[in-house]
Design a protein around this ligand. Structure first.
Ligand code: ADP
Ligand code: MG
Length: 239
């Protein structure tokens, strides 16, 4: 269980995240909605240790991880899949996967790799292809696979469907659900709210760095404050 409580994160004088709290449970998907610039990525980066909160706490399985460096947080069991996937294009698929395993025990490498190949057969079929030759959807699966190699308890997914064709979006989000069903807790930012809600258990909506809605995915669909956070004030004002 991941518990983020009242975190604040600033870039210089600009406070991008202002008191965000959220929970991620094992086997569940928490969906983060919000307009561009709302502070979604910053929240994920703070959990991953890439940005240090100025206040608030981040606790994984009852142990605080607030302010720890990124590699230590990976070791505790939190893996970030960044926006834009960031696979190493010249390296082969299996080499990309190996890079995700640097914090995990060597003894379990083969077993973890087998599980990743089982979940993403395309990665197995093309394990000796350069990652740069994969389609966008396949690169997203590789980014998921690389994160899984660290044997995470929690995965942080920043806009996994960005730039993908609608049919591919569905297959990516189906994989997100499958990863959760394997017991991993997932915190996912997704601009495609409709598709994201289909696989989410819980929703947190953020507007200008603050949480404006927290609740089950089923109740988020009709909630005006969620829509406002997702579309932005301007979009609603124009209606
Ligand atoms: N590295 C940075 N330096 C300065 N400001 C940043 C940086 N990253 C993000 N911001 C600002 O912080 C706010 C939140 O950004 P971000 O968390 O990326 O939003 P989102 O992911 O919801 O679109 C925005 O106003 C953005 O311009
Ligand atoms: Mg973002």
């Amino acid at each position: 269980m991941l518990e983020v409580s009242d975190i604040h994160v600033s870039y210089g004088k600009v406070e991008a995240v202002r008191g965000v709290s959220l929970t991620v449970k094992p086997g569940k998907v928490t969906l983060v909605l919000g307009a561009n610039g709302a502070g979604k990525s910053t929240t994920l980066k703070a959990v991953a240790g890439l940005e240090k909160p100025t206040s608030g706490t981040i606790v994984l399985d009852e142990k605080p991880i607030t302010g720890m460096p990124p590699h230590a947080i990976v070791r505790r069991g939190i893996a970030l899949v960044p926006e834009g996937r960031r696979v190493f294009a010249p390296l082969m698929i299996h080499e990309n996967l190996r890079m995700g395993a640097y914090t995990a025990p060597k003894s379990s490498y083969d077993e973890t790799l087998a599980k990743v190949y089982e979940m993403f057969p395309i990665l197995s079929d093309r394990s000796h292809a350069a990652a740069g030759l994969l389609s966008g959807g396949e690169q997203q699966m590789l980014a998921f696979g690389r994160a899984l190699m660290s044997q995470p308890k929690v995965m942080l997914l920043d806009e996994p469907s960005m730039g993908l064709a609608p049919a591919v979006v569905d297959s990516i989000l189906t994989k997100v659900r499958a990863m959760a069903d394997s017991g991993i807790g997932i915190l996912m930012v997704e601009q495609n709210a409709e598709a994201g809600l289909d696989v989410a258990d819980d929703v947190v909506a953020i507007a200008r760095g603050e949480v404006v809605f927290t609740g089950p995915a089923t109740s988020a669909r009709d909630n005006a404050s969620v829509l406002r956070a997702f579309l932005g004030e301007a979009a609603l004002a124009g209606q």
